[in-house]
Design a protein. Structure first.
Lengths: 323, 349
């Protein structure tokens, strides 16, 4: 079982899918448990509580097969093709971040991975089975999704909204079990919104609201969590707050996939980076290997320098001065 | 009010659990009681007045034979029709408003009432039909309009603004068609048609409301029990509902079909009674103070509104009865203006 410590909290373990991040002090953090994540978070993932029994059988570094794979994906809205022949694999237990310029297809790819968008060609495979064949509720117990925009029903309270994350675990005659109650309370505690439980979601600040939505996704108790631009519209402090929360979720054993706009955030938080350009994968791998000045120029058409992040040692993109 | 008291939970040792909102149940029960009480008053009023205790005694089968004839044969069917029409419209309105995520979503706004009217007019004018043609025309017209609106809006547009805009357009076209059909009608047929178009409960018997009662008995449980929770998830947006495991297209199609059928059968029984479907869900939700579609409270509120409107229609001008649609139209129109003003202030329309 590989659990990586958050970069800001000290060392970085060897990524399971490649060599250590370049320029990073490699601490022996592998398999030291979800020490910094807190037990509340790990408790909300079934079978991911740091005992090494979770997952799909593979043990040890690098041997774990990816759980979520897209093969030969052609993605299109009506007649407009966004991507063609795309092959992606989300490494198990990774914090995978998808980056790329506007309209490169990153959100489209995430929507296809979450089965919102049916690929025009190719298949998405989750745990060895075509995702289209998964029953809706079973899928929602395995793969959680934080869409780019969700609507908080008028006047709904934080506790009510988070409780809706339990829907895939409930049924006609099992509407609100003690388990539901416990998980909702834990999810609110883990995201720091427990004090807001009785407040109306409409009244909250953008950062608080985003944490509430993440709490709802958390209450779904899925081992995989897909987040579509979770930091958009937030100020810098709230962006970091949300990303730290995502990193905590990752450390507690979840596989997290996020679409992010900010390349520096991606480089700092991701364990696996996928850079898209025009519906193609321009590069993928550990941020320390992938994020180079050439790549940024190729993908974003931006001349820049890449230096070492003085805080974490991860790559830091500094755009070139105007003259 | 704290969170723990907002919900009631019943759990069995076997692991089954039911969750409900006491406040919503109280509102629904209160509306239902009010509707029934008004119904008893209504049965007791008229050219042959009866006291409420007499009415109740007669309803329970212990009344005098003369009372029994008037209550059970003449007045009860009318009140029963009013209750059923109101409940169906309230439920249909709550479904539409929840699906389109807009308080303006109602069969009057989305063209379904107009479609039902077109079917009825075609039945009266072209076939010169009687009661069966009216009922069949209303249901057929409403359903065809539903298919048309769904086809034009598109599977992926079957929510929000797009459905409303398509519905408003279809409603405008059908209003024109209805006007044309009226000009082609014989004067006696036209008079009948216009009375139906206003919405009236006059002279309704169980034959008129029978199909509606069956529709309510079948569709009510389907919607309330099997689709209510999924509908609540749909309010958060398609992507979020999908992420929670709601089969969105199937649920939406079932709910749209149920709402169109309920509105059409209600129109078949009493004509396109205006504004009940629009106002009942909003009033119910202001009383329950809970987010969500509030389906059951909306249905009970609709029944209460409808009986109250019929009471006003019969009693407002002594010696002169109004069609119930005139009353709901007057009250509902005022409500719509108020809604537009307040919702505009909060920026939701």
């Amino acid at each position: 079982m590989t659990i990586r410590q958050h970069p800001t909290s000290g060392g970085t373990a060897s990524p399971s899918d490649g060599p250590p991040l370049s320029g990073t002090e490699t601490g022996g953090a592998a398999a030291n448990g979800a020490a910094s994540a807190g037990t509340a978070l790990s408790d909300t993932v079934p079978g991911a509580a740091g005992d090494g029994t979770a997952g799909n059988g593979a043990a040890g570094n690098g041997a774990r097969p990816p759980r979520l794979v897209g093969e030969g994906l052609t993605l299109a809205y009506d007649k407009r093709t966004i991507a063609e022949g795309l092959d992606v694999a989300v490494p198990d237990r990774s914090f995978t971040v998808i980056v790329g310029p506007n309209a490169c297809g990153k959100s489209t790819l995430l929507r296809a991975l979450a089965r919102i968008l049916k690929p025009a060609a190719g298949t998405v495979v989750l745990d060895g089975e075509r995702i289209g064949a998964w029953p809706a509720k079973k899928l929602a117990r395995t793969l959680g999704l934080l869409p780019q925009s969700s609507i908080a029903p008028e006047g709904i309270t934080v506790a009510d909204l988070v409780a809706r994350g339990r829907y895939p675990h409930q049924g006609l005659l099992r509407q609100w079990s003690r388990e539901d109650e416990r998980v909702v309370a834990e999810s609110m505690a883990a995201t720091g919104v427990a004090d807001l439980a009785e407040r109306a979601v409409d009244e909250l600040s953008g950062g608080q609201r985003q944490r509430v939505w993440i709490a709802m996704a958390l209450a779904q108790q899925t081992p995989l969590l897909l987040l579509d631009e979770p930091t958009t519209y937030l100020d810098i402090a709230h962006q970091i707050e949300v990303l730290d929360l995502c990193a905590d979720l990752h450390e507690s054993g979840r596989t997290v996939v996020a679409v992010l706009h900010d390349l520096n955030h991606a480089a700092r938080y991701a364990t696996h980076l996928i850079a898209l350009r025009d519906g193609r994968i321009a590069a993928e791998g550990a941020p320390g290997e992938v994020v180079t000045a050439e790549l940024v120029r190729e993908v974003f058409r931006l001349p820049c320098r890449v230096i070492e992040d003085p805080e974490t040692g991860t790559p830091l993109v500094v755009p070139a001065a105007r003259r | 009010m704290t969170g723990s008291s907002r919900y009631g939970v019943i759990r069995t040792p076997g692991g089954l659990s039911l969750r409900f909102r006491p406040r919503a149940l109280v509102v629904a029960g209160g509306c239902l009681l009010l509707a029934l009480a008004l119904g008893v008053l209504l049965i007791g009023s008229g050219d042959f007045p009866m006291s409420p205790p007499d009415v109740v005694r007669t309803l329970l089968g212990n009344g005098a034979p003369a009372d029994s004839l008037i209550v059970n044969q003449i007045r009860l069917p009318r009140v029963g029709t009013a209750l059923a029409v109101g409940a169906a419209l309230g439920l249909a309105g709550a479904i539409f408003q929840s699906l389109v995520r807009n308080p303006l979503g109602s069969p009057d706004m989305l063209g379904f009432s107009q479609g039902a009217a077109t079917g009825v007019l075609a039945g009266i004018v072209l076939a010169g039909g009687g009661g069966l043609a009216v009922a069949g025309g209303a249901v057929g017209g409403g359903l065809l309009t539903g298919v048309l609106v769904y086809a034009v809006a598109g599977r992926h547009g079957a929510h929000g603004q797009r459905l409303i805009l398509v519905g408003v357009g279809v409603a405008a076209i059908l209003t024109g068609v209805n006007g044309y059909l009226l000009t082609r009608a014989k004067i006696t047929d036209a008079a009948r048609a216009v009375l139906w178009l206003t919405g009236s409960l006059d002279g309704r018997d169980w034959g008129d409301s029978g199909p509606l009662l069956v529709a309510l008995a079948v569709l009510g449980p389907v919607v309330l029990v099997f689709c209510g929770r999924a509908l609540r998830m749909l309010e958060m947006g398609d992507d979020a509902a999908h992420g929670l495991g709601v089969p969105i297209e199937r649920v939406r199609l079932i709910l749209l079909a149920a709402a169109v059928l309920l509105a059409s059968f209600a129109a078949a029984a009493a004509g396109p009674v205006a504004f009940v479907a629009l106002s009942a869900p909003q009033l119910a939700r202001r009383l329950t103070r809970t987010a969500g579609p509030n389906l059951l409270p909306a249905a009970c509120m609709g029944a209460a509104l409808m009986v109250a409107a019929d009471w006003v229609a019969q009693r407002a001008f002594p010696g002169h009865q109004l069609p119930v649609g005139v009353v709901t139209g007057l009250l509902g129109g005022g409500y719509l203006v108020w809604l537009l003003v307040t919702e505009r202030r909060t920026g939701r329309i």
